[in-house]
Design a protein around this ligand. Structure first.
Ligand SMILES: [Zn+2]
Length: 271
């Protein structure tokens, strides 16, 4: 294999499922590319996955421009980061990515045939921090990419709970499903969100437990790490190859994206 070739998928793949937000069927055709970047296409319109193209972070990460918008790209982006996909075209039938199983497992399964490896590592020119009330994010230079994410939900198991990225158990992050309070579901659906939520793709938080059996302990907190990886890949630099430690307290897409905007100018190739 040519070492300078871009990492892309091995061959074209097509998947269909509902969109989590709109509940509409969405088909994504993934096409290998030799042009760097992750691009989403709808009809003849295109938007590139980049933090400068984020147009909304309400409930999910949305990118767009004057022509199109594409919702809920974060789990796909996380899979691209984890599998080192750096060049791909995504042709969509609908403006929301298919939710599949609610995490990144199905995307990773498609990408694993690519046999991709990290080709570069990145360092930070200086630490980055963001503080706003209860929300903190600190990104410090480190010998490898590490994340510790703490959540504080109104739930007996997720109250001041923290989880760390464990590269030996990366699968627990990849398969961690999206989640939400069961008591808010009806309200969200009335507002036009969460229309594709099912018992399979979403962990519902109840007063004292969950609507579904968890895939691993504290699955919702692990999902926050997945979201962070996906959002940080919008910097244009793969966070999995970034020699930095990220410590997060009670954040979400809006803050991930704010920090990604600061980070993108402070990341450089090593050497
Ligand atoms: Zn998510």
């Amino acid at each position: 294999m040519n070492m300078t070739a871009l990492n892309t998928i091995a061959k074209e793949a097509t998947v269909t499922s509902k969109g989590l937000m709109t509940g509409m069927d969405s088909t994504a055709r993934l096409v290998p590319s030799d042009k760097k970047g992750i691009r989403f296409h709808l009809g003849d319109k295109t938007v590139e996955a980049h933090v400068d193209n984020v147009v909304s972070t309400e409930h999910c990460t949305v990118i767009g421009n004057q022509d199109i918008k594409v919702m809920l790209i974060e789990h796909f982006m996380a899979a691209c980061a984890i599998c080192h996909i750096e060049a791909i075209d995504v042709y969509l039938s609908h403006f929301e990515m298919p939710i599949l199983g609610g995490g990144s497992a199905e995307w990773v399964e498609i990408f694993k045939e690519a046999g991709n490896r990290a080709q570069e590592s990145y360092i930070l020119s200086e630490p980055v921090s963001y503080f706003n009330g209860k929300t903190h994010i600190v990104v410090m230079p480190s010998d490898e990419f590490k994340v510790t994410y703490s959540v504080n939900f109104n739930h007996p198991e997720l109250n001041h709970r923290w989880v760390s990225l464990d590269k030996d158990k990366l699968n627990e992050i990849i398969e961690a499903r999206t989640f939400g309070y069961l008591k808010e579901l009806e309200m969200l659906q009335a507002a036009g969100y969460a229309r594709g939520v099912s018992i399979e793709n979403t962990v519902g938080l109840t007063e004292d437990g969950y609507t579904t059996e968890l895939k691993s302990d504290f699955e919702p907190a692990k999902h926050k790490i997945l979201d962070l990886i996906g959002d940080f890949y919008l910097t244009g630099f793969n966070p999995m190859d970034l020699k930095a430690e990220v410590i997060v307290k009670e954040a979400g897409h809006a803050v991930h994206v704010k920090v990604a905007k600061i980070l993108k100018d402070k990341i450089q190739k090593e050497n």
